[in-house]
Design a protein around this ligand. Structure first.
Ligand code: ADP
Ligand code: MG
Length: 314
C-alpha cells in the first residue's frame, strides 16, 4: 500500500504540488492523469524518493520514504519520463547492469535477467544496441530496468508517450499483465488511456488533486453532463440573471474573457436537460449575442472543467 499524506512541493515560490493526499491499495493499477505541468512527474519523483517534498509524508508498505529511503526504495521499480540513456548497451547488458545496482543475487542473476527480457518482450532484440531499437522497444528496455529488482510496486511515468498505436497497445497489454502481480502507478495526459488500463484514476491539475475515482464513474460524469460552453457578447451584463430566467440552469461560470470583449462561460444544467434551445431563445431576447455554443467533448480538458467546475486555461 502507498500512502501519500499532505504532500506539498515548492520550487522557490512556485507550488508544484499543493497538499496532495491519496492512497493506493495493493494490487491496484492507478492512473495519474493531468495535463502537462500538472505535477505528475513531481508526484512520482516524490513517491519514489527521487526528490523530497517540501512537506508531507510518504509511506510505502508502512515504510517512511523520508526516514528510511533505502528500505522504502527497495519496494519500488521506477521508470522515469523518457527513454533510457544507455544507448551503447544492449538490453541484456542494461538489465544486467540494473540487476547489479539492485543487488540481485549473483547466483540467480543470469536467469532473472533472461526472465525479465522475455516478460517484457525483448528476447528477440536482447543483443542489439539500445540506440538502434525502435521507440517502443526502448520503452520496454526502460520497463525491464524498473522490473529487475522484483519490486512489488511499479511506477511508470508516461509509459506510452511517443509511441505509435501498435506499440501503445503492446505496452498497455504488458502493463495489464504486470498489474496482475504488482501495484502499478502510471501517469498519462490522455484520459482514454488511463481509463483503459487503470482500476482507479487520480486527476491532478496545477498541483492540486481534483478527483480520485474509478474510470467508469469519471466517464459517467463527463458523458451525462449537460453543460454547454457559450461565448457571448453581453453589453448589458445580463448573463448572471439568466439563471433565474431559465430554470434548468444550475450554474453559470466565467471561463475566459477574450481580447475582443466576448466572454466564455460554462453553463451547467439541472438533471439531463439539453439547455441549448432555451439558451439560444432566451439570450437573444435579452440582447446577449451568442458567438459560439458548444457541448463539451469527452476530452481531458473538458472533463477537468466539469469536474472542477471552474476556469482553466481555455
Ligand atoms: P507533469 O509531469 O505533470 O507534466 P511536472 O511534475 O513535471 O508536471 O511539473 C509540474 C510543475 O512544476 C511544472 O510547472 C514545472 O514547470 C514545475 N517544475 C518541475 N520541476 C521543476 C524544477 N526542478 N524547478 C522548477 N520548477 C519545476
Ligand atoms: Mg511529466
Amino acid at each position: 500500500m502507498i500512502e501519500v499524506k499532505n504532500i506539498t512541493k515548492k520550487y522557490g515560490s512556485f507550488t508544484a504540488l499543493d497538499n496532495v493526499s491519496f492512497e493506493i491499495k495493493e494490487g491496484e493499477i492507478m492512473g495519474l492523469l493531468g495535463p502537462n505541468g500538472a505535477g505528475k512527474s513531481t508526484t512520482m519523483n516524490i513517491i519514489t524518493g527521487y526528490i523530497e517534498p517540501t512537506s508531507g509524508e510518504i509511506l510505502i508498505n508502512g515504510i517512511n520514504m523520508l526516514k528510511k529511503p533505502k528500505k522504502a526504495k527497495r519496494e519500488i521499480g521506477y521508470m522515469p519520463e523518457g527513454v533510457p540513456l544507455y544507448y551503447d548497451l544492449t538490453p541484456k547488458e542494461f538489465v544486467t547492469y540494473m540487476a547489479g545496482i539492485k543487488k540481485v543475487d549473483k547466483k540467480v542473476l543470469k536467469e532473472k535477467v533472461e526472465k525479465i527480457l522475455s516478460e517484457t518482450g525483448l528476447a528477440d532484440v536482447k543483443n542489439k544496441l539500445i540506440k538502434n531499437l525502435s521507440r517502443g522497444y526502448k520503452q520496454r528496455v526502460s520497463m525491464a530496468g524498473a522490473l529487475v529488482g522484483e519490486p512489488k510496486i511499479l511506477i511508470l511515468d508516461e509509459p506510452t508517450v511517443g509511441l505509435d498505436p501498435k506499440q501503445i497497445a503492446e505496452i498497455r497489454s504488458l502493463i495489464k499483465k504486470l498489474g496482475k502481480d504488482h501495484t502499478v502507478i502510471l501517469s498519462s495526459h490522455i484520459l482514454s488511456e488511463v481509463s483503459q488500463i487503470c482500476d482507479k484514476v487520480i486527476i491532478i491539475n496545477k498541483g492540486k488533486l481534483i478527483a480520485i475515482d474509478t474510470p467508469d464513474n469519471l466517464e459517467d460524469k463527463v458523458a451525462n453532463d449537460n453543460s454547454v460552453y457559450v461565448t457571448v457578447e453581453d453589453v448589458d451584463n445580463k448573463i448572471e440573471q439568466m439563471k433565474e430566467k431559465i430554470e434548468d440552469i444550475k450554474e453559470i461560470k466565467l471561463i475566459k474573457e477574450n481580447d475582443d470583449g466576448t466572454k466564455k462561460y460554462l453553463i451547467s444544467a439541472n438533471g439531463k436537460t439539453d439547455l441549448r434551445k432555451s439558451i439560444f431563445a432566451e439570450f437573444a431576447k435579452e440582447n446577449i449575442t451568442i458567438f459560439e455554443m458548444k457541448k463539451p467533448d469527452a476530452t481531458l480538458e473538458d472533463a477537468f472543467m466539469q469536474l472542477i467546475g471552474e476556469g482553466g486555461d481555455k
